[in-house]
Design a protein around this ligand. Sequence first.
Ligand code: FAD
Length: 534
Amino acid sequence: MKYDVLIAGGGAAGLTAAAYTARKGLAVALFEKQDELGGLVKSVTRNGFTFDMGLRAVEDSGIILSMFSQLGIPLDYVPSTVSIGIEDTVLSLASKESLNGYGELLESFYPESREDIHRILQVITSIMKDMEVIYGIENPLFKDLKRDYRYIFRTLLPWMFKFIGTIGKINRMNEPVEKFLDKLTDNASLKGVIGQHFFTKTPAFFAMSYFSVYLDYLYPKGGTGTLTKLLAEYVRAQQAEVHTNTALAEVDPLGQTVTDARGETWSYDKLIWCCDLNTLYASIDMHRMPDSPMKESIQHRRHQLEGNRGGESVLSLFLSVDEKPEYFAKISDGHFFYTPDSRGLGNIHAMQLEKLLGQYDATPEESQRVMDYTQEYLKYTTYEISIPVLKDSSMAPAGKTGLIISCVFSYDLLSQVDRAGWYEEYKEMCCKYIIGVFSRSIYPGLSKKILDRFVSTPLSIERLTGNAQGAITGWSFDTDMMPAVHQMQQVSRSVVTPMKHIYQAGQWAYSPSGLPISLLTGKLAADRVIKELT
Ligand SMILES: Cc1cc2nc3c(=O)[nH]c(=O)nc-3n(C[C@H](O)[C@H](O)[C@H](O)COP(=O)(O)OP(=O)(O)OC[C@H]3O[C@@H](n4cnc5c(N)ncnc54)[C@H](O)[C@@H]3O)c2cc1C
């Protein structure tokens, strides 16, 4: 049987592409290599505690709610209020005005940098205004423009003028956040506390816009995985075929077929690739392709991707804790960015890491150096903490609390440790260090109340999803040439590949990415396919 549309990857992007194409009555089949759909957006329940394995809350960005509303999928959610804390001081971000409180928090730790802090806050204030423009309306892609004149004339057209004025400014703020902050202050600790939980070389606009993002977070009832669960139900209800435990292994762009890892071949009119793009190009047998302009374009694209890596990833510790939610609610909101030591990572850790990643001979001395570095890193880094039960009381058994504690973590270091054969031991040490850091700082006595724990690392993410380097938001920013569209005004081109019948969507299609971009590109790819097939 020839399908109208085949979709590779059952994460947020693949599910979106499947939802829109199947809704149009096209014959759709979706393939997911894992035994469950959802990709990086999943929630799991273990002994009565529900944990979000991927993102901890959702930024609407004018996309998520509009899309669910357009598909007619009811979504029950609550605001996900964010707290920021340094050592023993915690601030709840209730509104835009909380920015003043943030300034005071920073000044209390870094009084010598008062003027720098003012300059930084001015930048954040200005970016907040830009963000109100960019994400201030429901994204037109998810509106029925043929019918909704009110939206077109009252909302979209006035917005477009403001958008054009704002977009130029954003494009000019594309330099790495580290360099940008260097211009505003030379206080390494201050720079660390503001920027160290972003990935290396995150574009300044994206990083500095996070204060706005914090105010925009939502939490779907039942966990962030509710989003992909509802989308999956919708896809199935639209009669799309769903094949889990089925990895696509070979793509023939000329014959318009794919072959799965079990050797079964499937024919398509259109293919939408919604997983790591390296795997798409690796699964094309170039020797079998006759010389043609398409072959040249594929080869060119392959070379472009070769030198690039997936972006950074995170280490997450999932804890079931024998402590009442009220205890944690007195300390912070359910979504909490916390730096246990105001000295922050400074510039030293990156240099130390580079040294460790040089030649590694796995001697006891070398291993000790890795441990020492890791201990220091985990002491000074910034953590993202999520406490699902503070957002939805059904997420933990009565009187108990689930905690998710995560931080940016080096994939390369973990791989090195894995190659040397002590990954499990190292993971266990990381857990113990982190629990120690929190027991000595914001949650005294935590270590004694833990009922159960498990951990996820960049390596486990890579193994599960096939995302290079365990990347959670597509390409690394640390590159000479970003191999994806990275200008907002060109986003509609991000789904195009050099192969006429193959589109791409998801976190590898556009940068900077994240959940909203996966949905947006899933819809853009679906629209192109629908236009060509109907
Ligand atoms: C801890 C964490 C925190 C995050 N925080 C945020 C946040 O605050 N804000 C934000 O916007 N984003 C955040 N993200 C990122 C966001 O969740 C992802 O960028 C987004 O969900 C990616 O969706 P996707 O569909 O593009 O890719 P994925 O979710 O990676 O889905 C790809 C799917 O394809 C499958 N697959 C791979 N290869 C094959 C194959 N050959 N055949 C078939 N199937 C295959 C994989 O198993 C996977 O299910 C976070 C992610 C994590 C993990």
